[in-house]
Design a protein around this ligand. Structure first.
Ligand code: SF4
Length: 503
């Protein structure tokens, strides 16, 4: 058993991705080389001698939990760590759009210097009690931070004591920012907490497919598609109630927008409760959508309905997409995204006839929680993408700037606005693939192709901006090829897997 959740659930702390999945944050080479090293068990992380700031896994874990309706997260942290609380505004807007109202609250314990010396267990207990009295949440998560970890605050014991006292689950989450360079570890930490605190054994099986996603922007569109094949949908975690999450174990199957986000919950639900986890490449582009839908059909006994739906959609959209491909052919692109979407979007771009000259992934998971190679990477290698230049760039914008300067692509695709804007300042047309469903299925692939054409047909904005901006990067600096200046290989952690298992 790869996740071994039945053993892991005894412990509130979950090993981070570096230890569990052998994940790395530094690499520069080609997709083929990365795959071969992974297969041979010789892949090593390469450290940077200089690093720009990235993201903290605490924020990732807490943002995931904050999407759940009517819960509380007590963040045992200095005030500065709570800067990410602003994301709650976005979540509230998305909740309002779904016609729901959330009482969910994030409460910071405002750790100060005195607390770091004398401890603050008693005040944390008081804050948690007060939070319950004030907001009456259906569950409380007590999250740790770097400072909590350094002073050794025993949040497990505190949470256990409060769980005896309060009539709702009180769950500790160990999300000290320093313990992993990979913010996606926060996704797994949130999943682990939800599995331990909320998910109950199944009472019945339901004809429901669970969608793990970020912002559920296409909730109605996807629900309508699945009604056509005779299934209901449940989107998590945003806008989910604790009662809905308790029944995740009863689902007919679970899918996720990308393997990076879904690996822990999907594999744990399958292993513990027999909920099939859909592990194929995702729904981006034609090949992705068809592969993904067919696997869902196979796992839920709906293959005939899926084929009927695909045939109908193909007839409508494939001619339209084929027509646009003539104008897209020959464009050159650089992609910089999280490790799931980097390979999924690269595949969809290549399908449209766009050449991806470099792909940068913010980290690399050596394997997922089922001990298998990330399917999007394996598919890309097997389908002719082996020679694509590839780096594991950990949101290092200066490395992206160096890559863009070297390749001078027509387009830069990113899912993080802070990265996109720097490409535009350099004069490169940039496409912000913010919405996770931007290339979902036939219709959105068609709309995406149209939007790409719009982006490159009028380039006056980035040209004008670049002409009036003085960047800190000089020609001398660009010549250093800083994205290649990683330190020699360093050993993976001893717990890391030796080699990929065959897919
Ligand atoms: S890395 Fe540590 S100190 Fe920084 S925000 Fe995250 S928890 Fe707080």
């Amino acid at each position: 058993m790869a996740v071994d959740f039945s053993t892991r659930k005894r412990n509130a702390a979950l090993p981070v991705r570096e230890a569990r999945l052998g994940s790395i944050t530094g690499y520069s080479g080609t997709l083929c080389d990365l795959a071969e090293r992974s297969c041979a068990g010789t892949l090593k992380n390469r450290d940077r001698c200089f690093s720009q700031s990235s993201l903290c896994l605490s924020i990732c874990a807490i943002t995931q939990l904050q999407g759940i309706l009517d819960i509380a997260v007590v963040y045992h942290a200095p005030a500065g760590c709570c800067a990410g609380a602003a994301r709650k505004l976005v979540l509230d807007q998305l909740t309002a759009r779904a016609g729901r109202v959330s009482r969910t609250v994030l409460v910071g314990s405002d750790l100060n210097e005195r607390d770091t010396v004398f401890g603050s267990g008693e005040s944390l207990k008081e804050i948690t009690r007060k939070t319950y009295e004030e907001y009456k949440p259906n569950a409380i998560f007590i999250a740790s931070s770097c400072v909590t970890g350094v002073i050794g605050e025993d949040i497990d014991a505190l949470a256990a004591e409060l769980a005896e006292e309060l009539p709702v689950p009180v769950e500790p989450i160990h999300c000290e920012g320093f313990k992993s360079r990979i913010w996606a570890s926060g996704f797994d930490i949130a999943d682990h907490a939800v599995l331990r605190a909320l998910v109950k054994p199944p009472k019945e099986k339901r004809n429901v497919i669970v969608f793990k996603n970020f912002y559920e922007s296409h909730r109605q569109y996807i629900t309508d598609i699945f009604h056509q094949i005779g299934m209901e949908t449940q989107f998590i975690y945003l806008n989910s109630t604790t009662e809905e999450l308790a029944r995740l174990s009863e689902a007919a199957a679970m899918v996720c927008v990308c393997g990076t986000l879904g690996t822990y919950l999907g594999n744990a639900l399958e292993e513990e409760y027999g909920v099939p986890y859909i592990r194929t490449i995702n729904f981006c582009g034609i090949t992705g959508f068809e592969t993904w839908m067919r696997e869902i059909g196979a796992k839920t006994g709906k293959s005939a309905e899926v084929e009927a739906y695909l045939a109908k959609e193909r007839a409508t959209y494939l001619p339209l997409i084929e027509a646009l491909k003539k104008d897209l052919a020959g464009l050159r692109a650089v992609v910089g995204m999280g490790p799931g979407y980097t390979y999924e979007v690269t595949r969809a771009l290549r399908e449209l006839g766009i050449e991806v000259v470099w792909a940068a992934a913010w980290h690399y998971d050596y394997q997922y929680d089922d001990n298998r190679v990330p399917p999007a990477l394996a598919h890309l290698e097997a389908s002719g993408g082996a020679d694509i230049g590839l780096s594991v760039a950990d949101m290092q914008n200066y490395e992206i700037m160096s890559i863009l300067h070297r390749y001078k692509p027509d387009l830069y695709f990113s899912r993080h606005p802070g990265s996109t804007v720097w490409a535009i300042k350099q004069g490169v047309a940039a496409f912000y693939v913010a919405d996770e469903y931007t290339i979902f299925g036939y219709r959105n692939t068609y709309l995406f192709a149209q939007a790409v054409l719009d982006t490159i047909r009028n380039r006056s904005f980035e040209k004008n901006l670049a002409a009036h901006i003085k960047l800190p990067y000089t020609d001398w600096w660009y010549q250093q090829q800083t994205d290649m200046m990683l330190a020699p290989d360093t050993a993976l952690t001893p717990e890391a897997p030796a080699a990929w298992e065959a897919p």
